[in-house]
Design a protein around this ligand. Sequence first.
Ligand SMILES: [Mg+2]
Ligand SMILES: [Zn+2]
Length: 193
Amino acid sequence: MTGRPAVFVDRDGVLVADEGVRPADAELVPLPGVVEALATLYRAGFAVVVVTNQSVVARGLATELEVDAAHARLDAVLRSRGAFIDRWETCPHHPDATLPAYRVACACRKPRPGMLLRAAEALGLDVDASWMVGDRPSDVAAGARAGCRTVLVTTGRHDDAPIVSADAPFVVAPTHICAGLAEAVAVIVGAAP
Ligand SMILES: [Mg+2]
Ligand SMILES: [Zn+2]
């Protein structure tokens, strides 16, 4: 397969602190080292795609517009500091959603790989040369199912999600375990293609 390599990045617990449900208009503040890590990926020629499950939408705690607006504000802050996000992918669904419109077993909610595959199609990415960085087993599973190498980072609440669920019946070991996005990016940039 040809195309640009990408790094798919989870949002909560990787780019910003995982604070659970926050007010819909809360600002998203990058974790220490995140801006520099994203800038390094840009200079190394990787596309960067954020892939985030936001079941707050399905639960009626924030609207898609509010989530998109928060992403646009964070994107502007990052961009002003040399850290470029090529695409934001959000899954607003949940199989047990409060709002019927979002109550669906979708293809995009991680551990399913739909958001990664959609971005790969849209941007012409080479998933086999790409990586997924996340703080939960569902991130690792989504990345592995898309065909990527994976990094589990320990900056999130990675221990509160079941490793085995009906949707992710297999334990998928990450390619690497790192202390945060900065360390993950050092591994990725240093790895053989
Ligand atoms: Mg996370
Ligand atoms: Zn979805």
